[in-house]
Design a protein around this ligand. Structure first.
Ligand code: XUL
Ligand code: CO
Length: 438
C-alpha cells in the first residue's frame, strides 16, 4: 500500500525546546504523571468526519483541502482510501482510537439496505486494518441529522416512519461499534429540539427520544455491549433549541426516564461554551453526578457565537479540564478531537500540525493539572472554606440533625453573623499563574 502522507514521518517527542514542527513538544507518551504514563491518561481519538472528511467548505465557499486520497469521492474506493489514510495518520501520531458516524465510513445510498451492505464491507476492511495494531474504536454514532428525512429530528421527529429509520441506523451503528471494539456509543441530538414551540409538543418529543434510547440500550445489552452510552449535550445549532442543552439538563432527562445507569456524558468544550458555561463547568457537573464519561476535545472562539470546532490551544482550559479528569479518576472514554483545521490551513502538514497542537495542549494541561493537585493549595483552600460545617451548628446541618426552628433560634441568639470568609479569587488565580510559569 502506498503512503498517503509521504512527507510526514512518525511524529517523535522532541521536547519543549524543539523547533521541529513535526515533533511533539509536551506529549511524551511514556512519561509518568501521577503514577501512570501520559498515553494512559490521554486516550486520544481521531474524528473520522473532520479529519478524513471535512475539506474546508463553509456557507460561503467550497473545499480548500483535498481529501480525495487519490480516489473519486462518493465511491467505495474512496471509503477504503480514507481507511488507509486514517490508519497511516493515527499510526504516525501514535493515536490509538477513532470515532465515527455511520455515514462517515461510506457514501450513503438511497436504500438503507444498500448503505448497510456498504457498512458491512467497510467494517470488514477496517477490522483487517486493525489487525496487528492497538488501534480501536473509541465510540460510534449514527448521523441522524444530515439526511433531509431528519429535518424534524430523529427520536423527536413527528413521523413514525422516520423514527423507524432512526432506530435502524442506531441498530446498525451499535453493531458496527461492537464489531470495531468500541468503548462507547454516542447520542448527539443535533436536531432533537425545535425551531418554534408553535408547532412542537415538547413532552411528546422528549418521551420519544427516551424511548429510542431505551430501545438502543436494550438492543446493545442483548448483543453483549458492555460499554457506556453517552449523551453529548449542546444547546443549539443546528436547532434553535436542543433538548440536551447542557450537562445538568441532560442528566435530569436521563434520571427522569430511568436511563442514568447506562448513560454518561460526552462533554464537548465548544458546546459547553455555547451553553454559556465554561468547559470546566460541564465537566464538574458531570463528574459530581458520576457521569463524566468522555470528552470531545476542541475549543470555540470567544468572539464568535457558533460551534467553530477549533483545535485546542488554550492551555488554561485544558488544564482545568485535566484537573477535573484527574479528580474523576480518569474517563471510561477518551479525548476525541472533534476539531477541524481552519479553512486556510489546507495542506497535509496542517492536518498533522493540528493534532500535534491538540495533543501537546492536553499533555501540558495534564502536567499543569497534576502540579496544581500536587501543590495542594487550591484543594486545601476549598476544604477550609467550608470549615464552619465541620463542628457545632454546621455539623448538625450537614448530618440532618436539626430543624428550621432550631436554626432560627440559633440566628436569633447570634443577632448578626460575621461575614463569610473571603473567596480569595485573585490569590488563587495567582497560584495558578505561578504554577504555570514559576
Ligand atoms: C456536532 C458534534 C457532533 C458529535 C457527534 O456539534 O459535536 O460531531 O460529536 O455526532
Ligand atoms: Co462533538
Amino acid at each position: 500500500m502506498s503512503e498517503y502522507f509521504e512527507n510526514i514521518p512518525v511524529i517523535p517527542f522532541g521536547g519543549a525546546d524543539s523547533k521541529d514542527p513535526l515533533a511533539f513538544k509536551f506529549y511524551d507518551p511514556d512519561r509518568i504523571v501521577m503514577g501512570k504514563p501520559m498515553r494512559e491518561h490521554l486516550p486520544f481519538a481521531m474524528a473520522w468526519w473532520h479529519n478524513l472528511g471535512a475539506a474546508g467548505t463553509d456557507m460561503f465557499g467550497r473545499d480548500t483541502a483535498d481529501k480525495s486520497f487519490g480516489a473519486e469521492k462518493g465511491t467505495m474506493e474512496h471509503a477504503k482510501a480514507k481507511v488507509d489514510a486514517g490508519f497511516e495518520f493515527m499510526k504516525k501520531l501514535g493515536i490509538r482510537y477513532f470515532c465515527f458516524h455511520d455515514v462517515d465510513l461510506v457514501p450513503e445510498a438511497d436504500d438503507i439496505k444498500e448503505t448497510n451492505r456498504r457498512l458491512d464491507e467497510i467494517s470488514d476492511y477496517i477490522l483487517e486494518k486493525m489487525k496487528g495494531t492497538d488501534i480501536r474504536c473509541l465510540w460510534g454514532t449514527a448521523n441522524m441529522f444530515s439526511n433531509p428525512r431528519f429535518m424534524n429530528g430523529a427520536g423527536s421527529t413527528n413521523s413514525a416512519d422516520v423514527f423507524c429509520f432512526a432506530a435502524a441506523q442506531v441498530k446498525k451503528a451499535l453493531d458496527l461499534t461492537i464489531k470495531l471494539g468500541g468503548r462507547g456509543y454516542v447520542f448527539w441530538g443535533g436536531r432533537e429540539g425545535y425551531e418554534t414551540l408553535l408547532n412542537t409538543d415538547v413532552k411528546f418529543e422528549q418521551e420519544n427520544i427516551a424511548r429510542l434510547m431505551h430501545l438502543a440500550v436494550d438492543y446493545g445489552r442483548s448483543i453483549g455491549f458492555t460499554g457506556d452510552f453517552y449523551i453529548e449535550p449542546k444547546p443549539k445549532e443546528p436547532m434553535k433549541h436542543q433538548y440536551d442543552f447542557d450537562a445538568a439538563t441532560a442528566i435530569g432527562f436521563l434520571r427522569q426516564y430511568g436511563l442514568d445507569k447506562d448513560f454518561k456524558m460526552n462533554i464537548e468544550a465548544n458546546h459547553a461554551t455555547l451553553a454559556g458555561h465554561t468547559f470546566q463547568h460541564d465537566l464538574r457537573i458531570s463528574a459530581i453526578n458520576g457521569m463524566l464519561g468522555s470528552i470531545d476535545a476542541n475549543q470555540g472562539d470567544m468572539l464568535l457565537g457558533w460551534d467553530t470546532d477549533e483545535f485546542p490551544f488554550n492551555v488554561y482550559d485544558a488544564t482545568m479540564c485535566m484537573y477535573e479528569v484527574l479528580k474523576n479518576g480518569g474517563l471510561t472514554g477518551g479525548f476525541n478531537f472533534d476539531s477541524k483545521n481552519r479553512r486556510p490551513s489546507y495542506t497535509q502538514e496542517d492536518m498533522f500540525y493540528a493534532y500535534i497542537l491538540g495533543m501537546d495542549t492536553f499533555a501540558l494541561g495534564l502536567l499543569k493539572a497534576a502540579a496544581l493537585i500536587e501543590d495542594g493549595r487550591l484543594d486545601k483552600f476549598v476544604e477550609e472554606r467550608y470549615a464552619s460545617y465541620r463542628s457545632g451548628i454546621g455539623a448538625k446541618i450537614r448530618s440532618g440533625e436539626t430543624t428550621l426552628a432550631e436554626l432560627a433560634a440559633y440566628a436569633d441568639e447570634l443577632g448578626a453573623p460575621a461575614l463569610p470568609g473571603s473567596g480569595r479569587q485573585e490569590y488563587l488565580e495567582s497560584i495558578v499563574n505561578s504554577i504555570f510559569f514559576g
